[in-house]
Design a protein around this ligand. Sequence first.
Ligand SMILES: [Fe+2]
Length: 423
Amino acid sequence: MNSLFCRIYQGAMKVGMYMLPWHTPEVIEDRADSDRLLEDIKRREVERLLVVMGPNMMKRGLPVPMLEKLRANGIECEVFDRLTSDPTDAQVEEGVRLYNEKNAQGIILFGGGSPMDCGKAIAARIARPDRTIAELQGVLKVRSRRKVPVMWAIPTTSGTGSEATMAAVITDHETHRKKSINDMAIIPHVCVLDAGLTAGLPPDITAYTGMDALCHAVEAYTNNAYNTALEKKMAKDAVKLIYENLEGAYENGSDMEKRQNMQRAAFYAGRAFTRGCVGYVHAIGHAVGGLYGVPHGKAMAILLPHVLKAFGSSAEAKLAELADHCGLSAEYGVDHDDRTGGCACPAYGAMKGKTTNNGKARLFIEWIENTKRSMDIPDRFDCIKEEDVETIAKWADAEANPLYPVPKIFDRKQLEDLVRSVM
Ligand SMILES: [Fe+2]
């Protein structure tokens, strides 16, 4: 697919994006069992809830204080946890049946990506009882937000950003094919960001999910076209929060301040990419994950610096802005412009060559590489087989082009070279 066609397509999409009903969920930064969630539910005059969560959640006890609090205050909560890690259309239908049977008025989405996807799909089916999941998959097939049940999203990891996105990926239980429902109508109404729910995550999950959030933010920020000032600010702020907090949360999982900042970062990044889109890191990562079962966040972390390097000068200005925003440039003393011939300051030696956009972009990529290393994330995949390279490139091309407004458009051959560079 040639670049000119992609850019024309993206230009038309950009115009269309302004006509769509984007919104940002209201945020409650507090414990899930605090008065604030209860008050919000009461304010919306909701008395019966479907609570969608993964099958191990109740065993782990994470939602128990919230459920006890709500039930003690007269809110009926029906737990629906018969989900797999890739929720199916059949599971969604079971949730819809339960929602109707209990005469529920709203949905709590509690957990990681799977309950978020399933809960959003249940909400879509409640709003559109005339359509099957297959008929709702695609773009803007739900449409009527008016009839969508109120959704409170409560993430228990800091990564997917699903609490702020318009997508719900559902697998067909017969064909096993995954497809996404994409509609602003299913962006949750409220997010509860509670760091306490992420306190028990093991370090590797903290690392992978945090790097996933970083990819959302960096890809949304380096993309052209669809973002407004709001998404740009959210993406930048997410990157800064991750820069300041991810390694600390990895090293000390009980640092609640860092955990809370990571919750906020994942939310900002999710909201930024749901309009701004992701890019080739995700497109290639989805293909590698689909073929070899590599965890999503791990694939993202491996790919991110390689893809940013492959963009070369086309992403430098944006990466330099991110380096500045994080304070990376200041740490290295960027006030010393090496284009003017340098200065006598001792910091100049270390900074030489890193004060231009090119230099700042390199600093930013070096930070990602160092962060990966410190969290024991490998630099390359050990699973990719040469005979699969063509397929990975083909799938990545099909996902990314022409929709993702990446800084530089790669053709199939360039994508194959990129895949080989991470083997
Ligand atoms: Fe992701």
